[in-house]
Design a protein around this ligand. Structure first.
Ligand code: NAD
Length: 256
């Protein structure tokens, strides 16, 4: 079943970061109203204004901490009251706190697991109420190739693997309500998250990007737009028979 002709309402978490902004832009370009949620609301507002100026349609930016139930439920209720529904949820908010296990502190574990896993759980639970009622919805979770294991990222790779389980389970539970749930698992994508890794390693971000590109079969780093295009496809009704899938977007086979 496809959506009616009204613009859909798409909520993107972590929408002031590299991939989140690109997803918001792509969903707006293809006709959705977009709701940008982030703890960094200043930049989310700037991005929402740019999107509005470029594509028209409805845009809304709100402060939201995905790890806080009240914050999530209030933001989604405000989005639904502004635009009439919640049709699409992109669980994109993310952080890294990298350390080898022997140095990995409890708060670094809790924070990373919290943003990715509790965040996706809270946002999905709040959004499905609207989706179930209207018998239509799309959820996309941002996983990662790190789900396959990555040195120094026990917290992050565990969270990203957990999101794959959440994706398949929610696809089973929500499928009968015409809600598709999928995950996109990017490899290296050039954003502030990966530039910060370069700086932590004492490397120039551009040089680090080129170094990483040389190890990728397709010989280039991913750009946020590469991920946004795939997310948009999974949210489109052309992908309405795709659910519970983890799609790797990493310029080659999904190996580490
Ligand atoms: P980014 O750091 O540019 O953006 C992440 C955004 O999430 C930031 O705007 C940040 O403020 C926001 N955020 C953090 N904690 C939050 C919270 N509690 N509530 C709401 N918002 C919060 O990172 P990015 O590269 O754009 O990453 C986006 C997603 O893609 C993340 O889930 C990340 O793990 C995933 N990912 C990124 C890469 C990559 O190479 N960049 C690869 C694989 C997966």
């Amino acid at each position: 079943m496809t959506h009616n002709t009204k613009p859909r309402v798409s909520v993107i978490t972590g929408a002031s970061g590299g991939i989140g902004v690109a997803i918001a832009r792509e969903l707006a370009r293809t006709g959705d109203h977009v709701v940008l949620l982030d703890v960094n609301v200043e930049n989310a507002r700037v991005q929402a204004e740019r999107i509005q100026a470029e594509y028209g349609g409805g845009t809304l930016a709100m402060a939201c901490d995905v790890t806080a139930r009240e914050s999530v439920e209030t933001a989604l209720a405000e989005a639904a009251s502004a635009f009439g529904s919640i049709d699409v949820l992109i669980n994109n908010a993310g952080i890294t706190r990298d350390n080898l296990l022997f140095k990995l502190e409890e708060d670094e574990w809790d924070d990373v697991i919290g943003v990715h896993l509790k965040g996706a759980y809270l946002c999905s639970r709040a959004a499905q109420r609207y989706m179930v009622e209207q018998h239509y919805g799309k959820i996309v979770n941002l996983s990662s190739t790190s789900a396959l294991g990555n040195r120094g990222q026990a917290n992050y790779s565990t969270a990203k693997a957990g999101l794959q389980g959440l994706t398949r389970t929610l696809a089973l539970e929500l499928g009968p309500f015409n809600i598709n749930v999928n995950a996109v698992a990017p490899g290296y994508v050039d954003t502030e998250m990966t530039r910060a890794v370069a700086r932590r390693l004492g490397k120039d971000p551009e040089a680090y990007k080129a170094e990483r590109a040389a190890t990728i079969p397709i010989r280039r780093a991913g750009e946020p737009e590469d991920i946004a295009a795939l997310v948009q496809f999974l949210c489109s009704d052309r992908a309405s028979y795709v659910s519970g899938q983890i799609i790797y977007a990493c310029g080659g086979p999904e190996t580490r």
